[in-house]
Design a protein around this ligand. Structure first.
Ligand code: PGA
Length: 252
């Protein structure tokens, strides 16, 4: 049984005070409505303490959107996973397409972050997904396979319980274009088969695979109805209670 897992990636939005206010309202709404899925929100680094405080006791997980691939040292502007752990943050999104695209993160860099996070017993959401060019060239599966094989290199079978995969077709992020539920499900099935080949059927069957890319209140039900879609990584629609609450209570 895979427990649905819905995450909100705030990206570079909401100041610490705006974020804490919104997170407090979200926590209250979750308490009232009751949700059957796991809920996570990922604010900016500087908002993490205030947001974590605002959702305390609500069951909402607070995660970082990125971290350094070193524990400490002369890496100006970077945030170490030890610093995150020190403020109680145990979950991190890694390999988001915006990190790959704008900050030059390669599969190898992402893999080093994955291994470092796991060594500190953190949970990871590893993002994978193809660009429009790659999809149109018929390379969807080879891109996903490379991102998984390199991204998860040297991850032990026993550590796979701490990994969630987010399938985010780059062309669907922030564009209003969503993969159809069937297209997303096919990509998810491919990801599950690849993980089965790399590890085992058991590990693949237990793997949570989120879909990300223009998830909205209006499409979440159809996406979540698919066999291989176990959750969502939501960007734009995670920034407002009126959008995010209907998404996390989609089954009601
Ligand atoms: P979007 O972003 O929901 O705004 O498309 C998704 C993401 O990048 O995680």
């Amino acid at each position: 049984m895979r427990t649905p897992y819905i995450a909100g990636n705030w990206k570079m939005n909401l100041t610490p005070s705006e974020g804490a206010r919104y997170a407090g309202e979200l926590a209250e709404a979750v308490r009232k409505a009751g949700v059957s899925c796991r809920v996570m929100i990922a604010p900016s680094f500087v908002a993490l303490p205030a947001v974590a405080e605002a959702v305390k006791g609500s069951g909402i997980t607070v995660a970082a959107q990125n971290m350094a691939n070193h524990l400490s040292g002369a890496y100006t502007g970077e945030v170490s996973p030890e610093m995150l752990k020190d403020i109680g943050i145990n979950t991190v999104i890694l390999g988001h397409s915006e990190r790959r695209q704008y900050y030059g993160e390669t599969d190898e860099i992402i893999n080093s972050k994955v291994l470092l996070a796991l060594s500190l017993k953190m949970e990871v959401i590893l993002c994978v997904g193809e660009t429009l060019e790659e999809r149109e060239a018929g390379n969807l599966e080879s891109v996903l396979e490379r991102q998984l094989r390199v991204g998860l290199k040297d991850v032990l079978p026993a550590e796979m319980g701490a990994i969630t995969i987010a399938y985010e077709p780059v062309w669907a992020i922030g564009t209003g274009k969503t993969a159809t539920p069937d297209d997303a499900d096919a990509a998810h099935a491919f990801i599950r088969r690849t993980v089965a080949a790399m590890y085992s059927e058991d590990i693949a069957n237990n793997l949570i695979i989120q879909y990300g890319g223009s998830v909205k209140p209006g499409n979440v039900v159809a996406l979540m109805a698919k066999e291989n879609i176990d959750g969502a990584l939501v960007g734009g629609a995670s920034l407002k209670l009126d959008d995010f609450l209907p998404i996390i209570t989609y089954s009601k």
